[in-house]
Design a protein around this ligand. Structure first.
Ligand code: SF4
Ligand code: SF4
Length: 90
């Protein structure tokens, strides 16, 4: 990963800590499964992308691994609404 990539990744992690879901841009997904394969929590990120839904599992660490690993750059952190934050322990 180059420096620009690292910077982007760190910025994404920072945004995640502020409270965000991993959110897909589903239309360009090739269903390669790299995102799910690299998730340390075993979350089926690919399925979320297929369904066009953000990763809302409480198990998500917002580690940003899936965001960094997607070869097409389709995943990003999007802030979630306060009402939906309940149940995530935050
Ligand atoms: S890594 Fe990217 S392209 Fe591959 S399944 Fe996940 S979201 Fe789709
Ligand atoms: S942010 Fe981390 S824990 Fe959450 S779905 Fe992506 S890889 Fe898994």
């Amino acid at each position: 990963m180059d420096h620009v990539g690292l910077f982007t990744a760190d910025r994404e992690k920072y945004r995640a800590l502020a409270g965000a879901w991993v959110t897909p841009e589903s239309l360009r997904c090739v269903q390669c499964g790299v995102c799910a394969f690299n998730c340390p929590m075993g979350i089926d990120v690919r399925r979320h992308v297929w369904r066009g839904e953000p990763v809302t599992e409480s198990a998500c660490l917002t580690c940003g691994e899936c965001v960094q690993r997607c070869p097409r750059g389709l995943l990003r952190f999007e802030p979630f609404a306060p009402a939906r934050r309940e149940g995530r322990g935050g």
